[in-house]
Design a protein around this ligand. Structure first.
Ligand code: FE2
Ligand code: FE2
Length: 393
């Protein structure tokens, strides 16, 4: 079922003031996002977060947000050490700590409009599609849009890092393995550093911080409030971190700005360790300790979140700010779908995520046809975090 956009498709809708039309179109689009979730159990699990994120827009009110976490903090006074791989990861993580204030050269000056040092290449965006709806875009406007797209993406990275910081803290309490808890503490520190470094970069170098995207808020809210440790792990360590790792890799590959490239190189090294940890912890749990019904529920959940991230990361906040007056949401979606940079971004995200889902047992013949329909079959045999292992960490 799909609800039509009455603001754009009916004569009465088109008579409404533009601000009301934009609000109606966003409401319709968010309703369609919720209706697109095919699995009723997944829909029920995500519904409260979707209401807060997509409809009440709690993340964009400019005030602190309370998310009620319901997990159990698990103590073990016998201190068992039974995971040598996790122990090795902990030892490595302690050695590879870096200081975001001291080790990064913040004296590098950044001019987001300098064509000689672009944050992202100009052809990141489908200008030919934009020209159909907004014909009077100048070269200076283009540079400003690239600045805005970069700031929007890095702002989402920053908000994701805040989610990762709190999720890592929760997981450290809740994970059963003592080796996992010790490792988890290093991740909490890593994520704090990532919040520090991205916040400093977007506010002092790009001087532009965007609100959290409603869909990202919904996913984070759903993870924070789910009491099951393995769902937090799956959501944060595999889905959000895996997708972020792909996004960071894409950004690092195309940016010509040296300070950002250096920051991303450092963050990628940490994130690869986090995904590796997630795969180690979940591989055993999913394949040995869950019933088939519980495993299937996670398989469906992971797929729905993957769809949400693929289809919904469309820079709505940017559209609202820059192009809300010259095109409608469907036209902006067309721009995003044809933008080479956004396509590279999506490709990179899934090239990392799909092999990791395979390694933790969530890519079975039952769900594979769904990923195939999304054009993701080419990643079924890709290299996972475990196979990449030392190459990245
Ligand atoms: Fe991080
Ligand atoms: Fe992380």
């Amino acid at each position: 079922m799909r609800i039509p956009d009455v603001a754009e498709s009916t004569p009465l809708g088109r008579m409404l003031p533009q601000s009301v039309r934009r609000r109606l179109e966003n409401l319709t689009d968010n309703l369609n996002t919720v209706l697109a979730v095919q699995n009723p159990r997944v829909m029920a699990q995500m519904a409260p977060s979707a209401v807060r994120g997509l409809f009440l827009k709690v993340g964009r009110r400019g005030e602190p947000v309370a998310m009620q976490a319901g997990h159990a903090a698990l103590f073990d006074f016998a201190y068992p050490s039974n995971s040598p791989e996790m122990r090795a990861l902990y030892a490595k993580a302690k050695k590879l700590q870096w200081d975001a204030a001291r080790d990064v050269d913040w004296s590098v000056s950044v001019d987001p409009h300098d064509p000689a040092v672009p944050l992202l290449p100009e052809d990141f965006i489908a200008w030919d599609v934009i020209a159909r709806y907004a014909p009077r875009v100048t070269p200076e406007d283009r540079r400003d849009v690239i600045h805005a797209v970069s700031a929007w993406m890095l702002s989402q990275f920053l908000h994701g890092e805040q989610g990762a910081l709190f999720a890592a803290a929760q997981v450290t309490e809740a994970v059963p393995s003592m080796d996992g808890k010790l490792y988890g503490a290093t991740q909490v520190m890593d994520e704090a550093r990532h919040v520090e470094v991205f916040h400093r970069y977007v506010t002092t170098k790009l001087e532009r911080l965007y609100d959290i995207n409603d869909n990202l808020f919904t996913i984070i809210d759903s993870l924070m409030t789910d009491g099951r440790w393995d769902m937090k792990f799956l959501g944060m360590q595999i889905m959000v971190e895996g997708l972020a790792l792909g996004a960071f890799g894409m950004f690092r590959k195309v940016t010509k700005e040296p300070l950002l490239a250096d920051i991303l190189r450092r963050v990628i090294q940490d994130e690869a360790r986090h995904v590796h940890y997630g795969v180690l912890a979940l591989r055993e749990h999913f394949t040995q300790h869950l019933s088939e019904r519980e495993r299937r529920e996670r398989e469906d959940w992971a797929f729905e979140v993957a769809v949400l991230m693929r289809n919904r990361f469309l820079a709505f906040e940017l559209y609202e700010e820059r192009f809300g007056a010259s095109m409608n949401w469907a036209q902006w979606t067309e721009v995003m779908e044809h933008s080479p940079g956004m396509n590279l971004f999506r490709t990179q995200m899934f090239s990392r995520l799909v092999p990791n889902l395979r390694d933790i047992g969530l890519l079975t013949p039952r769900i594979m046809p769904h990923y195939e329909r999304m054009g993701l079959a080419r990643y079924f045999e890709g290299r996972s975090a475990l196979q990449l292992g030392d190459a990245e960490t």
